[in-house]
Every structure is written in C-alpha cells, then in structure tokens.
Design a protein around this ligand. Structure first.
Ligand code: FES
Length: 129
C-alpha cells in the first residue's frame, strides 16, 4: 500500500477512533482549542479511586487531532492520575508511530486536553463535589 505522510496507526485511529463520544456525569472535562487552526478537543474522564476507569473524547479537528485524541484515551485508561499527568504529546505521537512535523501541534492539543481534564477533576475534588 502507498505510504502517505501518516503512519498506519494514525490512519487506523483516524478511520476507527476509539472512545469517541461523551461520558455522562464525568469526573473531569477538559476542553482546549488551537486558535491557529481552529480545532477544538474535549476530553471526558471517569475517575474512581485515583484511577481513570473511562475516557471519551469529542474532537472537532483534523485527522491527526482525532487520531491523537483516540490514542490518548487508549493510553490513559487504567492509569493513575499521576501516570496520566506524565503523558506528554511526544508519548502520544510516538504511540501513533510518529506524526509529520507540521502535525505535532495536534498531539499537543491532546496533551493539553488531558491536563485540563485532570485539573478540572482536582478542582471538583477540592470543592467536595
Ligand atoms: Fe489543528 Fe491538527 S491542524 S489540531
């Protein structure tokens, strides 16, 4: 098969995104956007006993952003909050078999959405909700 700029994993996660959708009554939600391209990513987390038991996403964006969101949900499920906090955009891009240089920012969006969702969770915890 002809090789485009995208790895097979990127294409797979773009064509068959994992965990797309919303979580009802989520433990934390993170929404971030990239003003340069206008893409927006929203990540929902369900957390119990310090562990991410479910993750879903909605991404209005390019294929690399959708693949990055999909891969991020796969990477964080079953992880502790600290483990999830340590996941960088490089880790997401690497798990996807790499992204073209012009598309690295799409994986940054995934890292930012994850951080934002975890922050939202922590804030809710402090508020005792
Ligand atoms: Fe903006 Fe991919 S082009 S997230």
């Amino acid at each position: 098969m002809a090789q485009g700029p995208y790895s097979e994993k990127v294409m797979d996660h773009f064509m068959h995104p994992r965990n797309m959708g919303e979580i009802e009554d989520p433990s934390g939600v993170g929404e971030v956007g990239n003003p340069a391209c206008g893409d927006v990513m929203r990540l929902y987390l369900k957390i119990e006993n310090d562990t991410i038991i479910d993750a879903k996403f909605k991404t209005f964006g390019c294929g690399a952003a959708i693949a990055s969101s999909s891969m991020t949900t796969e990477l964080i499920k079953g992880k502790s909050i600290d483990e999830a906090l340590a996941i960088s955009n490089e880790a997401v891009a690497e798990a996807l078999g790499g992204l073209p240089p012009a598309k690295q920012h799409c994986s940054v969006l995934a890292e930012e959405a994850l951080q934002a969702a975890l922050e939202d969770y922590k804030k809710k915890q402090q508020e005792g909700k």
